[in-house]
Write a protein that binds this ligand. Structure first.
Ligand SMILES: *Cc1c(COP(=O)(O)O)cnc(C)c1O
Length: 319
């Protein structure tokens, strides 16, 4: 199914890129599917193919109350006639937030657990108990991060390159992507061709991404030409008026809306790197818009509070 998708890639022009003689392109993975946004489709689809072969009837996964993964999984599963179960970190009250109400409207069963239970999400015994409770369910880790997801993200990299080959234009030298678990990053790395490097921007403080990526790739990322750097700007999902201003300015210049958690922080750090002259003149940078726009609905009040009604309207206009 992934092979039937058409991936759009758009040139973006920013004064700083021109000044530094760089070419920037945005990979519009955010536009790839109406239900499963961005990288989540690439991560989910190979899982879906697998569970159909294995005749599982349910999908079970884990996430926070605003999780893009939970949102994508619920909506996409419904469209395929599969039942989904979400183990959600936090209180029942979250069920009314935009992410989780969309998920439960799509038929997802929401099970709320406290933080200490949620911490068990990678624990073998806990997973075994869950499997006994839900024998028909295929369990997908938090963030959709497993080896099947890795394969899907390699397909994404292949599609990016194919796009340039079809267009008869030079391949990008650098691929820029936001990192949570690092699975998307690792999948892209696997799909790169000679002379391409992937640069990941980590939007959370937890550094387990390096272990995850090393494990997925079976290689030490720190010893390769690919790299991950911090871009959490205060921590996961921390959102302030500077970030909002950045997003609104980026929107004005490019007509592209970034998401509030991942791609905005990646682009902010990337542009700082560009300003600091960290890229060779002539570099071609492909920026992956990994989606996540649904998170804006949960940020409505925050945006209004920080930037007023006009700020919210500018964003809502693109949703
Ligand atoms: C989940 C997500 C990511 C992070 O993907 P990982 O594979 O966990 O690193 C990046 N961007 C968006 C928009 C996401 O929803």
């Amino acid at each position: 199914m992934l092979n039937n998708l058409t991936l759009a890639i758009e040139s973006i022009s920013l004064p700083i890129a021109k000044q530094m003689k760089l070419s920037l392109q945005m990979v519009r993975a955010d536009k790839i599917h109406p239900l499963a946004s961005g990288n989540k489709l690439y991560k989910l689809q190979p899982n879906i193919d697998y569970i159909k072969q294995q005749c599982y009837q349910q999908l079970l996964s884990f996430g926070g109350a605003f999780s893009n993964h939970i949102h994508a999984l619920a909506l996409y599963a419904e469209s395929l006639g599969l039942h989904s179960i979400g183990i959600i970190r936090g209180e029942k009250e979250y069920a009314n937030n935009p992410t989780l109400s969309a998920a439960s409207k799509a038929g997802m069963t929401l099970l709320f657990v406290d933080r200490s239970t949620y911490r068990l999400r990678h624990n073998k015994d806990y997973l075994q108990t869950l499997q006994q409770q839900y024998p028909k369910a295929f369990i997908i880790p938090e963030g959709g991060s497993n080896t099947l997801a890795l394969q899907g993200c390699t397909v994404l990299m292949q599609q990016i390159n194919q796009h340039y080959l079809d267009d008869n234009t030079k391949l990008p030298d650098v691929i820029s992507v936001a990192c949570g678990t690092g699975t998307t990053f690792a999948g892209l790395v696997k799909g790169t061709l000679k002379n391409q490097s992937v640069q990941g921007y980590l939007v959370l403080k937890d550094k387990s991404v390096y272990t995850t990526v090393d494990k997925l790739l079976g290689d030490k990322i720190s010893e390769s030409k690919h790299a991950i750097q911090s871009a959490d700007f205060g921590g996961y999902a921390k959102f302030d008026s500077e970030l909002l201003d950045f997003i609104l300015a980026f929107l004005k210049q490019t007509n592209i809306l970034l998401d509030p958690i991942y791609t905005s922080k990646m682009c902010r750090q990337l542009l700082q790197n560009i300003e600091e002259g960290k890229f060779k003149s002539g570099s071609r940078i492909a920026i992956v818009h990994s989606g996540g726009l649904q998170a804006w609905y949960g940020m409505k009040n925050k945006v209004r509070q920080l930037g007023g009604e006009a700020a919210w309207e500018a964003i809502a206009n693109k949703l």
